[in-house]
Each structure stands twice: as C-alpha cells, then as structure tokens.
Ligand binder design. Sequence first.
Ligand code: NAD
Length: 455
Amino acid sequence: MEKIFQAQKTFFLQGKTKDVSFRLKQLKKLKSIIKENESLILEALEKDLHKPKFEAYASELGVIYEEIHKVIKNLKKWTKAQRVDSPLTLFPARSKIYYEPLGVVLIIAPWNYPFQLTISPLIGALAAGNCVVIKPSEMASHTEEVITQLINAHFRHEYIFVVKGGVEECQKLLKQHFDFIFFTGSTNIGKIVMKEAAEHLTPVCLELGGKSPCIVDQDANINISAKRITWGKFFNAGQTCVAPDYLYVHESIKKDFVEKMKEHILSFYGENPEKSENLGRIINKKHFDRLNALIDKTKTIFGGKTDEKNLYISPTLFDSVSWNDRMMQEEIFGPLFPILTYRNLEEVIESINRHPKPLALYFFSNNKENQDKILSRVSFGGGCINDCVMHVSNSNLPFGGIGSSGMGSYHGKFSFETFSHKKSILKNTFWFDLKLRYAPYNDKRIKLARWFLEK
Ligand code: NAD
C-alpha cells in the first residue's frame, strides 16, 4: 500500500493529471471500459444482491453514464479560473479563484450500490485531476472483483489503483497521508475514518446513513404517495441510504394509506414476492440476521416472511410502532417499514428534531404552509416534497448529509468542487501604489480608511 501510495504521490507531482485534456481522455476511457463490460458488471450485481435488471441498470450504470457525460461536457468550463469582484480598496488588482487538484485521494465505498458508489466519486476525483486509491466494499465481493479487474488492468497503477479487502486493508490505507478521503458508509465507521484522517489533518467528505423519515400529511394524494413510497422503500430491498426508513402518516388517512401500500406491494411484486424478478435480496447472513431480529411479529400487518437460505425478506409493514420499538433505534436498511401515526405536524417536527439529523426527509402534502414548515424547521441532508429518493438523481443538486448523516457533498459540479482546492489569487500591478496602507500612519489615513471601508 505504501508503495502504491508513494508511486501515486510521485506521479501526481509530475503534473500530468493537471492537464484537462488528459483528464478528459481518462474519463472517456473509463466510460468505454464500463460500456464494454456492462454484462460483467450486471452479472456481479445479480450475484451480490440479486438486483433486478432495471434497478441495476438505472441505479448503478445509467447514473454513471449520465455523470460522466455531464463532466465531459462541462469540464473545460469548470476548470477555468473564476474571476470575482475586488473591492475598491484593492484597485487596480484583480481576483480569481483557481481550481487545483487535491493530490492523492482515497475513496472508500459501501456494498449497497457497490458499483455506482465507487465509480461516481471516482469520476469527480479524476475530473478534478487527482490520483486515486479505491477501496470498494468486500461485502459485495463479485462487484469488488469486477471493479478491481477493470480498473487495475486498464489504468496505470500510479494514477488509479484498487485495493481489495476489508477492515484490515482499509485501516492500513487510512494510515497513509492522503490529501483527501471520500468515505461512503455507516456513521460508526465514518467516525473511525475521521479519527484516522485527523492524524494527518486530512480533509474528509463523509457520506453516511441514518434514519430518513417519510411523512404523509392528511391532504396528500394517497394513491400516488403510497405508490412512490412503496417503490422508494423496497428498491434494492430497502438497502438504500436514502430509502424512507420509517413512516409518519396522519391518523385520519392511515387506514386508506396502508391499504394502498399493500395494493402497490402486490402489484409490484405479486402474491409471492420471493418468486418476483423485481425484488432484491439481503446482502449477507449477518444483515439478514440483524433484520430478522428487528421483525416484531405482534406488530406485523403485512409480509414478515423470510427465507434464510435465499437471504430473502418480504416487503413488511408494521403498525402501532413507537420510538421505543427496537426497529426505531437503528437505521433499518432493509425491506421493513414501521408505521407511526400523528395528529399534529408539530409532534412530528419535535420528534424528528430530538434525533440525529437525517440524510433524507420526504414530505407528502399539498399544503404549502406545512411544506414550508417542514423545510424551515427540520434540518436534514436533502429530500423531496411529494416524492422520495429521486432527488439523488438530479446532479444539479448537491448530495450529502448533515450532522451524523455526513459532511460535504457531491454529484455533477459539486463532485468536481469537492475534489478540488479553491486557490484564491489576487493579482496586482506596479503602475499604481496606494500609500494609504503603509506606515507612518496618521489620523488622515484613518479617516481615509474609514471612508473606503465604511461607505
Ligand atoms: P460500512 O461503514 O460498514 O463500510 C463502508 C466501508 O468501510 C467498506 O468499504 C468497509 O470495508 C470499510 N470498513 C468497515 N469497517 C471498517 C473499519 N472498522 N475500519 C475501516 N474501514 C472499515 O458501511 P456498509 O455496511 O458498507 O454500508 C451501509 C451504510 O452506509 C449504511 O449506514 C448506509 O446508510 C450508508 N450509506 C450511505 C450512503 C450515502 O451516500 N450517504 C450511501 C450508501 C450507504
């Protein structure tokens, strides 16, 4: 690891990655490698998570093509130094922001979208001109293998290199003095990463998790809300960082809403979802056991079926849930959906605000006043009004958490910025030299300074 890291440092200092045409060439190469190996990638995702073909294409490949396309189209514009205003006191100097790469960066990825969440930050890192060490998740082992083969066989190791492995390898990597660490994963491991990074004062972007609430107000369109929530919750078998974790539904519409959700589950996955081609599986036995232990049979109103051999858990709804239930004590990250009811939106706002800031929040309502209330009173990473999960697919929106759901953001231009340093430069000339700033100072100068600065 040390050898690779040093080789990347040396290569970075040669300055080749600063050349925008070099970056564009590498991004185009990355795109064509992915395109040529689509079937290998999809096969690996099927083996790791039994991803339905549509979900695998849309959430793991489609978004990557879109991201690369956007970067290639805009990179020349983004990399240009950006002129900013200079105050009169600085006349005749000009000010500009230069974007420069950070250096050698480390990307650590999770298993739930094992391809996309590794490659998407990689695109930002390359666009910004960095060298990159990648540590995919060992838990999605087939995808990890494909990523390793594709990258390590096609790129110079001193430019991009994939390190396979788990906790031990990751901890060894974290001992190196990276210029930046981009971590996607759980809040607990995020703390370990940040501690290790602090040893070298390495800046981090942490894309973490948590419990993302979904609220359905009394005047929402019940059918469409239930359909969108059913889709967002059970996509990838609920193993999505921005999946609705739990539901708060207004008590006056709860009965109808739950009936609609059941209908949509049946129409998406059929009477026996285990046979459905449209439902993913739990990543491994450890997570299957964890989720199984969260199932409270006394509160199950739909689903609740499991099959350990196939790592299958059916879409499951729970009623009469409160914050004291075990499933409300941790991020669920699976196809289990606790339902809580409320009478007054104030109760909901208070209870969410008593807990760690969520990565996402979804509010379904036609009431503009209530929409504003949620947006202005609750702090969370990002989210949707009258939809769920879809905000992550707009790369014009920065994606990231706040508080224990993360720090920093990426996607589109925000990725380029996250992986760049903004170097501020004031450029002066010699033809004019205002005496005001130089000693000896006197009252007249103070007066003049006041005129300049306070006017
Ligand atoms: P994780 O934190 O267990 O693992 C993430 C990465 O860290 C893996 O590559 C793993 O090998 C490494 N790792 C694990 N333990 C480590 C340790 N002790 N020291 C050093 N490295 C270690 O997360 P996960 O289980 O892969 O993913 C699920 C979590 O990630 C959920 O909490 C989910 O919400 C979150 N997540 C967040 C986002 C986001 O964009 N905000 C996206 C996907 C997943």
